[in-house]
Ligand binder design. Structure first.
Ligand SMILES: Nc1nc2c(c(=O)[nH]1)N[C@H]1C(S)=C(S)[C@@H](COP(=O)(O)O)O[C@H]1N2
Ligand SMILES: [Mo]
Length: 301
């Protein structure tokens, strides 16, 4: 029998083996389509939709509760307690509920969802998330007609999260979506990645992911989802309203006040690799552009 070197048994290799097995069985056509996308920029050596490595996804993070350098979340979140964990869904709803993480995992089947993450800082990754549509979770509580927006709140625990001892943001981390954005099938409750449970540095045990918006909209370690009538204030709007708007749709035509958003660096390609063109709505325009018909996206950035 062929000996497998320990270094070969990465989550990525196991995941890729499982994937090719699934393909052989004739399933996973949508997953297949992802890897056969045409090259967008011939300047890039790599397909912009090629999966980012597990190592890059789990060591190059933004998670200010654990520090502001990219390596901090990986280093400082190892002891973070994600059990027990409860999520409260409240506000403008008929039936407010509290669900444990176990109840969520039992009630909603997580599926593989390969989406690109485009950070407002100008880099991107392609991540094989595990999760399900947020709309499924929200349908449990019956939003009232006053529910116009959804506010997300991350955990507040400065003893475990040293970053919260510094007023970089107004803790806990807060984000928000318009109700139709929250109900869109692409808006995902993330429970894992690369077929494994979500690593702490990526937002365990549960985070949101909105593929067509800048990465900061996708709050990690969520404990509260509140349906509200008025547009909620996000932590980044609080920190700098001129730089971070409520919508924050990926948009190569609207620059950040301090830098261009026209291109991006694909993580894993090396710092000398040419940047690729950023796509409107991060490439998901065919599915989400209709949410913004008639809106001036320069004004509502
Ligand atoms: N609670 C919380 N959520 C957060 C952040 C954060 O600092 N705290 N950073 C955001 C930013 S700027 C990005 S780009 C993504 C990064 O997700 P990843 O580390 O899983 O790639 O998480 C977002 N969610
Ligand atoms: Mo980001």
């Amino acid at each position: 029998m062929k000996k497998i070197k320990h270094s070969e048994i990465t989550p990525e290799n196991i995941y890729k083996k499982r994937r090719s097995f699934v393909k052989k069985l004739g399933f996973g056509a949508s997953a297949l389509a992802v890897s056969s996308f045409p090259l967008i920029s011939n300047a890039s050596s790599k397909d912009r939709n090629e999966l980012t490595s597990y190592k890059d996804i789990t060591t190059y993070n933004n998670y200010y509760e654990f520090g502001t350098s990219k390596g901090d979340p990986h280093r400082n979140s190892k002891m973070f307690k994600t059990h027990p964990w409860n999520i409260s869904i409240e506000g403008e709803v008929d039936k407010p509920i509290k669900l444990s993480m176990e109840e969520i995992l039992d009630s909603f089947l997580s599926e593989e969802r390969v989406y690109r993450l485009r950070c407002v800082e100008g880099w991107s990754m392609v991540i094989p998330w595990m999760g399900f549509s947020l709309s499924k979770l929200l349908s449990k509580v019956n939003p009232t007609s006053k529910a116009k927006f959804v506010a997300f709140e991350s955990i507040y625990d400065p003893d475990q999260m040293k970053g919260q001892k510094y007023p970089v943001l107004n803790w806990p981390y807060k984000e928000g979506l318009r109700i139709d954005e929250a109900m869109h099938p692409l808006t995902t409750v993330v429970t894992g990645l690369y077929g494994k449970k979500l690593p702490n540095q990526n937002g365990a045990p549960l985070r949101i992911f909105i593929p067509w918006k800048y990465g900061f909209k996708s709050a990690k370690a969520i404990v509260k989802i509140k349906l509200v009538e008025k547009m909620p204030m996000s932590s980044w709007m609080w920190a700098s309203p001129r730089e971070y708007g409520f919508y924050s749709n990926v948009n190569p035509n609207v620059n950040h006040p301090r830098w261009s958003q026209a291109t991006e660096r694909i993580i894993g390609e090396g710092i000398w690799a040419p940047r690729v063109k950023t796509l409107m709505f991060n490439g998901y325009g065919d599915q989400v552009a209709n949410l913004y018909t008639g809106m001036d996206l320069k004004k509502f950035f």
